[in-house]
Write a protein that binds this ligand. Sequence first.
Ligand SMILES: Cc1cc2nc3c(=O)[nH]c(=O)nc-3n(C[C@H](O)[C@H](O)[C@H](O)COP(=O)(O)OP(=O)(O)OC[C@H]3O[C@@H](n4cnc5c(N)ncnc54)[C@H](O)[C@@H]3O)c2cc1C
Length: 430
Amino acid sequence: MTSLREAREATVWQETATGAPAVPGLDGESRAQVLVVGAGYLGMSAALHLAAAGVETIVLDRNEPGSGASGRNGGQVIPGLKHDPAELEAMFGVERGERLWRFAGSTADVVFDLIARHGLRCGARRAPWIQGVHSVQAASRARQRVDDWQRRGANVEYIDRTRTAQIAGTDLYLGAFVDHRAGALQPLSYARELARVAIAAGAKVHRDAHVTALVRDGGRWCAITSAGARVHARTVLLATNAYSDGLVPGLARSIVSLNSLQIATAPIPAASRAALLRNGETLADTRRVIRYWRLDDEGRLLMGGRGPYRDTRDANDWGHLAAHIRRYFPGLADVPITHRWGGRVAVHVDYMPRLHRPRPDMLTAIGCQGRGVAWQTAMGVELAKLVLDPDYDAVLPVTPVRPIPFHPLKAAGVASAIALWRALDRLGVS
Ligand SMILES: Cc1cc2nc3c(=O)[nH]c(=O)nc-3n(C[C@H](O)[C@H](O)[C@H](O)COP(=O)(O)OP(=O)(O)OC[C@H]3O[C@@H](n4cnc5c(N)ncnc54)[C@H](O)[C@@H]3O)c2cc1C
């Protein structure tokens, strides 16, 4: 296996993505009904649905569409939340809980319907999501999850170790929860294609437009960029998620922004990948410190997992992912690793995403616990509905932002928690 040091520190998706839509920078003064800050899945889905409804919408991103987590992720389209239906009903009451699990269970459909309706070129395919079970306790939870969803009519099943090994290409999992509502796509292509169709629907999207201030100006918002451009809008949608900065005080401190890292191998010879997710399935496991993998359309193996809490600095930070490949797939030990990269995921301590109104006429959906491809696309539709009808009862309650007390300490605590979770995962007691 080629040393990680020789691998390019860049996402493999950049090399295989559909072309980026032409997106200009921004100067001077502009006006719109809605300003969206952030051009990932959330921002572009909201912008597309607003523009399609005839709402003048401007989207600003400090880099370009898909430069945040949306262009850097594993492309696993996973319905559902970390919490299962019965838990959601216990947390939110039966009525809201049922709405939530129905919504969560249908988020992959929202993605694939959008792709089909708009002809998005993003290598999308429907294929099962395999959640490999790493311990006896996790197996019992996975069986419960199957039972919980099956009673509600969802197309999920539990498979045993042999069947899991036949699909995953490794016998190191005790079994798996299989979700047939899932799928896969090329994440950067999906982000760019959402931007393309949002622009075609009438949204104005600008790159290199870092919003550094949002000020109230005669009952409207005025966004000021680092280059001094201004956008005036009635409503602001913050779609900055794990990349939230100090723009809205307290927002970045309401989440823990973790590193998720990935590596890609060179294309694997067809014979060696015949037993590896051959029907296009994607896989993640039940560990607290998750591992996930899939093949891309060129036959590369993409292995992902959590990184250190701090910013990554060194090729060694990806070392555990190379070790996973050697352990799960000893036959691939000689396949070169060509790329390593990472991005940020926004996590809440209770693993529940949030919908906030941080200020009047300002909304955000934040914190998808590393499962935002389907969720944030669907939440973009919810944000659009809330703009179009302020009385709309969204799927999540709209709550105020609650910064985590002593956030820097919490962050340090999370770093130690990750170390503890790793140890528990190893011992099989999680
Ligand atoms: C390595 C990795 C692997 C993952 N794998 C999966 C997976 O397989 N399946 C899954 O469902 N989820 C996965 N996720 C999570 C998923 O990618 C995210 O939940 C999702 O992309 C979030 O989309 P978003 O639009 O909310 O945020 P983002 O895509 O992060 O967009 C936020 C945008 O805001 C912009 N921004 C921030 N501040 C400002 C500002 N002040 N002014 C202007 N612009 C600003 C940023 O430039 C960025 O483009 C993964 C995440 C990572 C990092």
